[in-house]
Structures are given as C-alpha cells and as structure tokens.
Ligand binder design. Structure first.
Ligand code: ADP
Length: 253
C-alpha cells in the first residue's frame, strides 16, 4: 500500500520492525477513512433537514405583512443562520469528497483570459468593488477543470473583498512563467501577520475570530488548496500586515 515499507532483504529484526510499521500505517489510514466517511455522512444527514427548515422560514417570511417587526427580525436571523450552516455543511462535504479523491475533475484546455473575465464580472456584480485585470493582453491557455477553477478564483476574490476596505482596489494578474501559468489575486487590505501565513490553509483556521465577524467558516482556503493541488498546481501567500495580501496560484500549462 501507499507509504508502506518493503525491506525483504533486510535483517530479520528490521523486517519485523517494518511489518509493525506497516500494520500501524494500515490502521491509521483505516481510521482516517472512517473519519472522512463520518464527516461526510453527518454533513449529509444535517443538510437535508436544515434545508427544509430554511424553506419553511422563507415561506413564512414571504408573507411579511402578517408579522410584527420583532417576529420578522427573529425569522430573518434564523434564516440567515440556517443558510450559513448549510454552506458550512456543503464545504465539509466538498472536503470529504476531495479527501476520498472522488472529485471527478474534468481537465481540459481553456483560455484563462475568458475564465478570469467571467469570474471578475461575477465578483464585480456581487461586491460592487473595483476589480482590475492585469496581463490579459496575451492569450494564455491553461489545463484545468473549468468550474473548479472558477470556484477557486471566486473564493480568493471573495476573501480579498472581505478582508480589505471597500475603497481599495483588487487586482487579478495572469501570466506565463516557464511551464506554469500564474494567477495572482492582490488586495490592499488588512494583511496577514507572518506567524499565521503558513496556517491559513488549514481547516477551520482563522486569523482573528473577533475581527472576522464578516461571516465565514475558515474552510474556504483549505478547499481552494485541495482543489489547486488536485489540478497539479500550487498556492502560496505573500502578505504584510496593514498593507495587503497576494495569493499566487500556479497551474501546469
Ligand atoms: P474564512 O474567510 O471563511 O474565514 P478562509 O479559509 O477563506 O476562511 O480564510 C482563512 C483565514 O485567512 C481568514 O479567516 C482570514 O483571517 C485569513 N485571510 C484569508 N484571505 C485573506 C486576505 N485576502 N486578507 C487577509 N486575511 C485573509
């Protein structure tokens, strides 16, 4: 199996040791698989009833005229919390799927410029922010899964919007570098202190819970990283507190 030791020609003590190590590895990967399955099942079981609750809340809210202001506010809060939780469960399902290698990526050649233009247009409408594209003059081809790359870029732009002041621009740069295609998302926002930079790609990791009222689960970047890596690419961050952040995605050509 993966990561197992094969030492047939080693002295017998070493072979015994290798056997024990291999047994431990198998148990570890079994329990990892069980945990993944557990998260996946629970997310699935919770999502359905919650979607029903959310549906009922919406239908009551549609008949607002029968409600007092206080009732309306309470129902709106409940609906919004239900929405956030449904999104969290969907993120967990997505991660469980990614861990099991069942993402079924559809990798094809695309013109990166088109994908970026489409994503930026969506983000502009959604956020009302100034989002610039740089380096789009040359046609750049990329081997990727169309929808997943859109999801990756929307997530990174969404973060840039969330973690920077409304009057600051966001820039998307695309260019070729050797055998790679580089996409950079740059904001002039709050930045990320150095000691957190290596950890923000971990599941549920958020820099500052207090400042981060801006909704969010801390799962976005871990999903982005998993997706990028499944496409054979890489993601990194460069940031300075108070000046802004640049996320760099590189994909094979
Ligand atoms: P979420 O945004 O839901 O909290 P993410 O996984 O997308 O989760 O991001 C993890 C954390 O990394 C965020 O909580 C935030 O602290 C930090 N972060 C991500 N993007 C940026 C950015 N562009 N500028 C500053 N901080 C960021």
């Amino acid at each position: 199996g993966k990561g197992h030791l094969y030492l047939e020609n080693a002295p017998s003590e070493v072979r015994e040791l290798a056997k024990t190590c291999n047994m431990m590895l198998s148990r570890l990967s079994e329990s990892w698989e069980k945990e993944r399955q557990f998260v996946s099942n629970i997310s699935h079981e919770l999502r359905t009833p919650l979607a029903i609750v959310h549906g009922y809340l919406q239908s009551v809210l549609r008949r607002k005229q029968n409600l007092t202001e206080t009732q309306k506010e309470a129902l709106e809060t409940a609906a919004s919390e239900a929405e956030t939780t449904i999104r969290l469960l969907e993120d967990l399902l997505e991660l469980a799927r990614a861990d099991s290698g069942h993402l079924h990526l559809k990798i094809q050649y695309y013109v990166l410029n088109d994908i970026v233009a489409e994503v930026v247009e969506m983000a502009r409408q959604h956020s009302n922010r100034l989002i610039k594209i740089e380096g789009g003059n040359n046609i750049i081809e990329v081997k990727t899964d169309y929808n997943r790359l859109k999801q990756i870029l929307l997530n990174l732009i969404d973060n840039a919007v969330k973690y920077s002041p409304a009057n600051q621009p966001i820039t998307l740069s695309i260019f070729r570098q050797g055998s790679e295609v580089i996409i950079q998302i740059c904001d002039r926002g709050y930045g990320i202190p150095l000691q957190h930079q290596s950890r923000i790609f971990e599941r549920f990791y958020r820099v500052d819970e207090a400042r981060n009222r801006a909704g969010g689960t801390g799962l976005g970047l871990s999903i982005v990283k998993t997706l990028v890596e499944q496409m054979g690419g890489n993601i990194s961050v460069r940031s300075k507190q108070g000046e802004g952040s640049t996320f760099t995605v590189s994909l094979p050509v």
